[in-house]
Design a protein around this ligand. Structure first.
Ligand SMILES: Cc1ncc(COP(=O)(O)O)c(C=O)c1O
Length: 254
């Protein structure tokens, strides 16, 4: 008789474990930067705890995505010469850079509203860019067409871990979560002098939020915040485009 499936054994079946992460770390050694971990007295005061900011905005390619891209490309055989993805920027940039470092050709499908700074970087890393409309079906269709051009026998299978299927669930329920990431992004620019992009403001906004404070209470005294990317289009700085996003909470400290 087979053993009953425990929560832990299920998790192990679906997720990468520490050993996989360590193997990946080994694989990409010397290729990804070791980014600094910074602190800020202002941010500590605002959050009511000690925050540690992992500066992946200073990572190669401007975001944490180079780690996964390098790991994935390194695991491909020498016979694989081309890699394809669709991305509005960071993953495309990361894959383009990883491919150029490892001697492969990257084909990146980018939506027509992708930030100029990301498009320029993808081109700068030598990738072949295909532009498409900014809808998910258009992105998938364009990527499929590029893939079929590279290998007509290709089959595409999308996957994510069953116990971390956030993408599947949000697409299924059509939920749109709104987060105040722009004021957090501005606060980091202003007080920490770090250029981060809006998505990196999400983790900062969480660390400063009342919900998180209620959850963490006195239990979590030290919290790591990953500043996941710094690829901000300088012609479209959010609080310049929309002054409503210029409000910060710095007035609560002095
Ligand atoms: C800078 C940055 N932060 C966060 C994310 C979200 O990453 P994930 O989809 O792996 O949670 C992305 C990916 O699109 C990103 O580029």
């Amino acid at each position: 008789m087979s053993q009953p499936e425990t929560k832990k054994s299920k998790q192990q079946a679906y997720c990468v474990g520490l050993k996989d992460v360590q193997a990946a770390q080994d694989r990409i050694k010397g290729l990804a930067h070791r980014t600094p971990l910074l602190t800020s007295t202002t941010m500590d005061k605002l959050s009511g705890r000690q925050l540690f900011f992992k500066c992946e905005n200073l990572q190669r390619g401007g975001s944490f995505k180079i780690r996964g891209a390098l790991n994935a490309v390194k695991m491909l055989g020498d016979d694989v010469k081309d890699v394809v993805t669709h991305s509005s920027g960071n993953h495309g940039q990361a894959l383009a850079l990883a491919a150029s470092l490892l001697g492969k050709t990257a084909h990146i499908v980018m939506p027509d509203n992708a930030p100029t700074v990301k498009r320029a970087a993808v081109a700068g890393y030598g990738a072949k860019i295909t532009t498409c409309e900014s809808t998910q079906p258009a992105r998938e269709a364009a990527a499929q067409a590029v893939l079929e051009g590279v290998n007509p026998k290709i089959e595409i299978i999308a996957a994510e871990p069953a116990n971390a299927d956030d993408c599947y669930r949000s697409m299924a329920s059509d939920t749109h979560v709104r987060l105040d990431k722009y004021p957090a992004q501005r606060l980091v620019w202003e007080r920490m002098k770090l250029v981060i992009e809006p998505s990196a403001g999400v983790s900062v906004a969480v660390a400063l939020s009342d919900d998180f404070k209620a959850y963490a209470g006195d239990r979590l005294k030290k919290v790591a915040v990953v500043l996941c990317g710094g690829n901000q289009d300088l012609d479209k700085i959010p609080w310049v485009v929309n002054p409503a996003w210029s409000t910060t909470t710095t007035t609560t400290t002095s």
